[in-house]
Write a protein that binds this ligand. Structure first.
Ligand SMILES: [Zn+2]
Ligand SMILES: [Zn+2]
Length: 1010
């Protein structure tokens, strides 16, 4: 490059190539140095409205991956766009810090296998410190990911779910529940994870991916009817260990049961299952000998076979008359197994309620590791599920065994540790959300979900309306703030640190915080009997912790302003998670059928390129920080939004980043550069040459008016699609405008007008600049939510370069609004006809194998009168775009087009004929124009500005025929490419020069300019 060119280059701040990584680094520094994020916070005062927001806090127990990134970009889009519209939104971060996921992560780090070992070897105090350290390590990675991704969330105002001030407000929600009698202690059957040693909520049981195929014994066994010689009930189970806690049998009262004679024995079962069960047992010789209604079996006693090795079972019979008897229950399913079910109220929900209703004692001899206690006799100390085959053997020894086989079935496992869950009757604390379910549903119905499918999934889940088990037998969590009197059983709920300090029996030490073990050391004096009150040894479900955020993360004043929030978005897996707990807690807090959010977008999950779930074991997890080391954040953001609907499962394919996304962003970059280069040359002043000026100066042509009209349509369309969360459609609107409208149509139509520097055409050039300025700047602003780096770079380097008084950052600029006055639907319709006809003309060329760059002498358009009117009106564009010299318009096909000299194509009622003959003069001109375009590109590439006049252009190694055809046009070409002279050479060797490779019709040619 010559010195002069270097200077030309430095006139504009946009480098020749679009290098997003470098650009992003520079913009990141710009944002930090100029505190742009902080300046956005100041906009609350003059905001046109407040839009509440509360961050769905990521759990700090894992590395941020591309699925997280996708969700965070959706949030950021909303924030940037709404801010530009003039709203204020508290886009403040939040971190989920406590609970099982964090505990398990830290247990793994510490090399601890279970809770007992944890308590013995590590101790609670150190464990809590380790949990805090662990979340801080992950927090660093999340900060880095947000920074690199360009997520403009306010990190300084982040909330942390483990901080005392947050916990106190969470306690206040519990207090509201307590006052409404919605928080109770109860002995219920809950799902329990033996690995994590804690109970789970029913929401967690249904969590994504928790059902796994497992193998269990399928056992048929028989209980003998007391006092009979040879009559038995035939029963089936996949959990033989529950026979240890068996207390009753149940039948369907309205169904017909039969006696089946098998060998010397009579087995009782439901009639409709006789054949399939006998087939399964491979019994061919049997006979039905009698029948009865289920109801008539009620009260029948049976001999529980294991009384000798479980003495407690014998004792139970003395406690209640229904123990080891048959009862009737409607929940008994007569379409599976034998229609006789054994009930273990200590291990099953239906069983439990059946016993509760009748006052039958609950037998649940399990410790925290789900091992049997001494009440289970011989089985003492054995893990429940490990007794399955011991039980089978004992039944065999006592003539109670029929058959066992292994069966594969779907069974719920712990969503964290994947241990098989066990249902156990335990003493737990429950939020009686079942009592407020109608309010919850009413609230949920009022919320906007944008898409039908996730809405139905969410409402369907909420309809289950079960009580919420919120107590967890863990350590790192919000302590359940209930103290119970040792003497009289009186209970008290404490809702703040102050209240706790005031009521403590002893002074509270310095390092006190609202966590175990410190909070457990505080005892209170009972108001009723002066006895000592101790805290119930539970922490809260972590979903309760994060679900408190709309209240707990704000002050009272902020709650007034920002809740219910305007819009939230999280993954589809949060239907049972955060979206649910937010709603339940808010209904409890307010007592009203209102949600804490007005709209909720559930996002689809992100998978790998092959559509597989990302997992550590497959090694296919795309980590955000690693990805962004070598890839542009803008490209990732654009790609993730463009690829599919936000609710779709997305297959993230890194190969695709540099295809369409790169093409679109790079095109916008180069169009902006093209505009700036030309505008700078002509000293374009956007304050002087405005759109208004162009209208008044009467300089606008049809193509300009069409561009303006299209742009208004796109602004409206894009904004509406963002509002509907159809991000993929919205981005496609911009994509189309940049590539098709601007780059493929508008710029080629006006480009030639910018090649000159004649003073007579200066006004026309300024008009084009005004138009490009308006269109490109608008697109830059519209792109900001999706590609904030590129938008900021163009805003700074193009628009603030031309107009230094513009707001400091693109984020402080105003969102474009469509101007209805310059919308011209008639003109748009005319252009549609024009562009359609042009594409038919291209098809006709293809028929005749006539390259688009070959000028042709004539085209004939056969179409209805209305279409022809439009084409005549836009004739110069039509000729230009189709590259023909003249056109004829007619309603009837002329007779003379029958011969071989014409080729045609038809679509609908439009037919286009083009002359199929090569015309040597026109061909020469065609080659010339083609080469001129390549020289123009090279000029730009080398940094020449339009006014630079080249000394000479050399073209080498064209085909002989092309050289002959071209000869008469060399002078015209020199004018077009702004060179004193153009030379042709048979071979490169003829001149000593730096040659640039190019091609013409698939043949390599060489260019030199200087
Ligand atoms: Zn678990
Ligand atoms: Zn008391």
């Amino acid at each position: 490059m010559t010195a002069q060119n270097e200077e030309a280059e430095s006139n504009i701040g946009l480098p020749t190539n679009y290098s997003p990584l470098e650009l992003e680094k520079e913009i990141r520094e710009f944002w930090i140095k100029n505190q742009i994020r902080a300046k956005l916070e100041l906009k609350e005062k003059n905001a046109k409205g407040l839009l509440g927001y509360v961050e769905g806090p990521p759990t700090l127990n894992g590395i941020p991956h591309i699925g997280h990134a996708r969700g965070r970009v959706m949030k950021d889009i909303r924030y940037r766009w709404k801010t530009m519209q003039g709203y204020y939104m508290p886009f403040w971060a939040g971190w989920d810090c406590q609970g099982l996921p964090v505990e398990l992560e830290v247990e793994k780090l510490l090399g601890v296998k279970n809770k007992r070992e944890l308590l013995e070897r590590i101790g609670q105090e150190r464990f809590i410190e380790e949990c805090k350290k662990a979340i801080m390590r992950y927090h660093q990675m999340w900060l880095e990911a947000d920074t690199n991704l360009g997520v403009f969330i306010n990190q300084e105002k982040a909330y942390w779910t483990y901080k005392d001030e947050y916990i106190e407000r969470e306690w206040q929600i519990l207090k509201r529940a307590w006052e409404q009698n919605l928080l109770e202690e109860g002995h219920y059957v809950v799902a329990y994870c033996p690995g994590c040693q804690t109970s789970l909520s029913s929401a967690e049981v249904g969590y994504e991916g928790s059902y796994k195929e497992v193998e269990d014994p399928s056992l048929y066994f028989k209980f003998k009817i007391s006092g009979s010689k040879n009559e038995f009930f035939l029963v089936w189970t996949t959990m033989p260990f529950t026979i240890i806690t068996d207390t009753m049998l149940a039948v369907q009262p309205t169904a017909e049961y039969v006696k089946v004679k098998v060998g010397e024995e009579i087995w009782i079962m439901v009639r409709q299952r006789v054949e399939p069960v006998m087939a399964e047992l491979a019994i061919t010789k049997y006979q039905v000998t009698g029948s009865m209604l289920g109801k008539s079996l009620e009260g029948t006693a049976y001999d529980y076979p294991l009384k000798d090795i479980i003495p407690k079972q014998a004792e139970l019979e003395t406690k209640h008359s229904l123990v080891h008897k048959v009862i009737g229950e409607d929940f008994v399913d007569v379409n599976t197994a034998t229609g006789v079910v054994h009930l273990s109220p200590g291990n099953g929900e239906d069983d439990f309620w059946a016993a509760q209703r009748r006052g039958v004692p609950i037998f649940a001899p399990f410790d925290d590791e789900v091992k049997f206690t001494k009440d289970a006799g011989t089985f003492t100390g054995v893990f429940a599920r490990d007794t399955d085959f011991l039980v089978v053997e004992e039944l065999r020894n006592r003539n109670a065994f029929v058959k066992v086989a292994m069966v594969k079935h779907e069974y719920p496992t712990c969503w964290r540790s994947h241990h098989k869950l066990v249902w156990l009757a335990r003493k737990e604390y429950f939020l009686r959300t079942d009592k407020v379910n109608s309010k919850v549903l009413e609230a949920a119905e009022k919320i906007e979900y944008f898409f039908e499918e996730p809405k139905n999934r969410f409402l369907g889940f909420l309809k289950e309306g079960k009580p919420w088990c919120i107590s967890r037998e863990r350590i790192w969590g919000t302590p359940l703030p209930i103290w119970t009197c040792e003497k009289c059983g009186n209970k008290r709920l404490i809702a703040s640190k102050k209240e706790l300090i005031e009521n403590a029996q002893e002074a509270i030490p310095e390092n006190f915080e609202l966590h175990k073990p410190w909070v457990d050391r505080i005892t209170l004096k009972c108001e009723k009997c002066s006895g000592t009150m101790r805290r119930e040894d539970f922490v809260l479900d972590t979903w309760h912790n994060s679900g408190a955020s709309p209240y707990a993360r704000f002050t009272d004043e902020e709650v007034e302003k920002f809740v219910p929030t305007d819009f939230l978005t999280e993954g589809i897996d949060q239907t049972r998670g955060w979206a649910n707990s937010l709603l339940l807690e808010y209904v409890i807090l307010t007592g009203k059928p209102t949600g804490p959010y007005k709209a909720f977008l559930f996002q689809g999950l992100t998978q790998d390129a092959k559509g597989r779930k990302m997992s550590k074991s497959l090694g296919n997890v795309v980590e955000t920080n690693k990805l962004l080391e070598k890839n542009s954040a803008d490209l990732c953001r654009f790609y993730m939004m463009r690829k599919c609907s936000p609710i779709d499962f997305m297959n993230f394919d890194m190969q695709e980043l540099n295809r369409r996304p790169y093409q679109v962003l790079s095109t916008l970059y180069h169009l902006s550069r093209f505009f700036l280069q030309n505008a700078t040359f002509d000293e374009f002043n956007p304050k002087k040459y405005t759109l208004d000026w162009a209208f008044k100066a009467n300089q606008l042509q049809a193509v300009d008016l069409w561009l303006l009209s299209k742009l208004q349509e796109k602004i409206e369309d894009y904004t509406n699609k963002l509002e509907r969360c159809e991000f993929n459609v919205a981005v496609a609107v911009l994509d189309d405008f940049v590539i098709e409208t601007l780059s493929r149509l508008y710029v080629p139509m006006i480009r030639k007008e910018l090649w000159t520097d004649e003073p007579e055409t200066l006004e026309r050039r300024q008009t084009i600049y005004a138009l490009l300025h308006h269109a490109l700047k608008t697109v830059t602003l519209l792109f900001n939510p999706v590609t904030p780096y590129l938008s900021e770079a163009l805003y700074q380097k193009v628009y603030r370069q031309l107009e230094p008084k513009l707001p400091e950052s693109v984020n402080l600029a105003s969102w474009p609004v469509p101007n209805e006055k310059i919308r011209n639907k008639t003109l748009e319709a005319q252009f549609e006809i024009l562009l359609k006809t042009v594409s038919i003309a291209y098809a006709a060329r293809q028929q005749g194998k006539l390259k688009r760059r070959w000028p042709l002498s004539k085209a004939i358009v056969v179409a209805p009168e209305k279409t022809l009117e439009v084409l005549k009106h836009l004739e110069s564009l039509f000729l230009e775009l189709t590259n023909v010299k003249a056109a004829e318009y007619t309603a009837q096909i002329p007779e003379y087009v029958g011969g071989e000299n014409w080729v045609s194509s038809q679509e609908g009622d439009i037919t286009v004929f083009v002359s199929g003959q090569r015309d040597e003069t026109l061909l020469g001109e065609g080659i010339m124009r083609d080469l001129a375009r390549r020289v123009q590109a090279l000029r730009k590439e080398m940094g020449f500005v339009p006014t630079d006049v080249l000394e000479s252009v050399h073209i080498a190694e064209l085909e002989d025929e092309s050289m002959t055809l071209l000869e008469p046009y060399l002078e015209e070409m020199a004018g077009l490419v702004r060179s004193r002279k153009v030379y042709l050479h048979g071979s490169r060797g003829e001149v000593e020069a730096e040659w640039h490779e190019s091609e013409l019709d698939g043949k390599r040619i060489y260019l030199n300019i200087h």
